[in-house]
Design a binder for this molecule. Sequence first.
Ligand code: NAD
Length: 519
Amino acid sequence: SSRVPWDYSSFSTSAVKAVKETPALKAKNYVGGKFVESQSTEHIDVLNPATQEVVSRVPLTTHEEFETAVAVAKEAYKTWRKTPVTARQRVMLKLQELIRRDMDKLAMSVTLEQGKTLADARGDVFRGLEVVEQACGMANQQMGEFVENVSSGIDTYSIRQPLGVCAGICPFNFPAMIPLWMFPMAVTTGNTFVLKPSEKDPGAAMLLAELATEAGLPPGVLNIVHGTYDVVNQICDHPDIKAVSFVGSDVAGMHIYSRASATGKRVQCNMGAKNHAVIMPDADPEATLNALVGAAFGAAGQRCMAISTAVFVGDSKRWEEGLRERGVKLKVTGGTEPGADLGPVISKQSKERICRLVESGAKAGARIVLDGRGIKVPGYEQGNFVGPTILADVTEDMECYKEEIFGPVLLCMEAASLQDAIEIVNRNKYGNGTAIFTKSGAAARAFQHEVDAGQVGINVPIPVPLPFFSFTGSRGSFAGDLNFYGKAGVHFFTQIKTVTSQWKEKDLHGVAMAFPTSG
Ligand code: NAD
């Protein structure tokens, strides 16, 4: 059933109706521009994390259906690669308009399936929309290079051509943004695409596919298949898939990286994180506390760029009360409720895991400053809610520090100096993002230079770069060498062909046997 028991008064009723009635939410395969019912006998229920109600059902796309999707994408590539880049851009220009038109509907789908608040869900859609906007200028980004007269009468130029069929494998936490990190870059550079959304929340990807069709993307250029590791392994192994884009956990990411690259594919994997904020004693108290609370507890901590660890240079105690005060004030409830600050976490298993890691921290000597584990949310008794939780006196040997928690839990640590704090950040296996809060330019400059993380915020808590830059997580948070979107994203989805040409009326040199030089 897609019945939803709560009151949508804070939200446009037409959007709610549209989401409930849209055929795309029945999670069909999307192949050759059509939504096709899977013949699979196995399905996974998509549960609303706030209520446990079944929102939709995801089929496990069969082997034959997957093969068809790739074959259709391969066929579509023949004409799509020849379609002028200006025409491909124009599809993106239309797509961005349609995403804006359907922003509410997309956001509602995200909230129903993923749980985050509607305001946050709009952010999820918007940050993906910006990649579509960036793709509207692809001709400039895909431009090649030209050197005249590399030798007498000879010119060399390089062009960036698409790869062929590419694939994307998505996580649950940004059901709109992450598909939009992938397919707009891939198809506007001339590739065709097979997308596998997260089996936990495929709705937004399905709605986006519908919009892409409406925007004029020809049939077969974007296809969607469903399932879990079985279909993922088929993506890794398929000889006609040339590149794989993955975002998700370390276990899946490293498996996909090795299995897909073993068959000669390009692979980019964005994986887990433990993002540290370093707080200098001179940091502005109000702005820093607000930034920490928003970045630690927003989206119930289920952001790969969430701040999950605060390293206070000097004494952490003087900051704890301010964090606690702000944390208790946050409204934890269903994501469609007016004024909701954070919604539930994705699943019962995820809640259990978060609570277990908090407990292990407490057992190992961490001090619980705020405990959100026992929270009861009226009207949502079945929801997977965890309230804001703060642990202090955390040390590097604790399991809660070593593992990615992926919940609304902020760990507080102390460091004797900026240098010590930087060493803590650099010893951690992850390198996704980090931030420093300070009034000192010298401290910020030293931090920026020394810290070993791919994305650095200076008085900015979640420095996710806009799409004219790239998402540049590093070390344990990334496998591959070409990052998502921006210039690196264009390079990931294109290969360079270098042409050396000579045009002359007649040959003056005869047979040349020595290796040619320009000297
Ligand atoms: P996940 O790894 O469980 O799932 C991601 C995708 O991989 C899904 O499509 C799933 O079907 C597939 N998958 C899962 N296990 C697999 C296996 N064993 N073999 C093959 N495929 C498998 O991740 P998730 O729980 O959906 O997402 C949360 C994780 O994603 C967190 O670790 C988070 O940090 C990370 N993440 C990272 C970024 C980033 O940019 N670095 C962004 C968002 C999320």
